[in-house]
Design a protein around this ligand. Structure first.
Ligand SMILES: [Zn+2]
Length: 247
């Protein structure tokens, strides 16, 4: 399984790549999509183009972001070479671009309301859960015309609550905001299940939500920063297809 793709209702195409099929060399092998981890940028570009082609978008029209574990949302109005700075989510109403979300333990989320012509991606770690980056992204989507009951989401692979042991203070801080994140990690330590928190947040807003992939740390075909340190990032793209021309 290198690429998985599907539709999120009409006009919304998404795809997700694990690390198994690409041109990056160790320790980034093989389908690293991140340009900030020390990998050869030509390899990153080729991997991104391969992923984008799954949803019918040219590699030059992939728009990425430079996350800072905050809750700001960048609105994309067209292709850009540089990552959108200092945002943890991207939203757009334009066709012909693929929004890219990267992760290697954090939770990648792909969102779309094709009927109303809005798509988005979100990167959510524990700070993102704490600052409700999912909520700020949904607000941005609604401001651009989406309706929450029409939004569909794919929540990608992330480190699971058994693997993600955290200090008690962080556990308390996150669980106070997102009770569904509460987990018990190996050895009985406090654990966080960020994916459960993200799914609960989406479903609480009425968003139809599906899961893709498993635990990053336990799955050799996925990147895990906590497991490997210097490594790549897997990720997903979403694109809005043109509206059908009335007959
Ligand atoms: Zn795990």
């Amino acid at each position: 399984m290198a690429f998985v793709d599907g539709n999120l209702g009409p006009r919304v195409r998404w795809a997700f790549a694990d690390r198994t099929d690409g041109v990056s060399l160790p320790p980034y092998d093989a389908c690293n999509l991140a340009d900030h981890v020390g990998d050869d940028l030509d390899h990153v570009g080729a991997n991104r183009a391969a992923l984008a082609s799954v949803v019918g978008v040219d590699g030059a029209h992939v728009v990425s972001m430079a996350p800072v574990h905050g809750n700001d949302v960048g609105q994309v109005v067209g292709p850009s070479v540089e990552p959108v700075p200092e945002v943890d989510a991207l939203v757009t109403t334009v066709t012909g671009v693929a929004l890219l979300v990267l992760a290697a333990d954090c939770v990648p989320v792909i969102l779309g309301d094709g009927g109303n012509g809005v798509v988005a991606v979100v990167h959510a770690g524990w700070r993102g859960v704490l600052s409700d980056v999912v909520g700020t992204t949904l607000t941005s989507m609604v401001e651009l015309g989406a309706r929450l009951e029409r939004v569909r989401a794919v929540v990608g692979p992330a480190i699971c609550g058994r693997c993600y042991a955290v200090p008690r203070e962080r556990f308390d801080e996150v669980v106070a905001v997102a009770p569904d994140a509460a987990s018990v990690a190996a050895g009985g330590l406090p654990g966080l299940d960020l994916r459960a928190a993200v799914v609960a947040r989406l479903r609480a807003e009425g968003v139809t939500t599906q899961l893709h992939g498993g635990c990053t740390q336990e799955t050799a075909s996925l990147y895990s920063f906590r497991r490997d340190g210097v490594t790549g990032r897997h990720g997903g793209v979403v694109t809005l297809l043109p509206a059908p021309v009335p007959a």
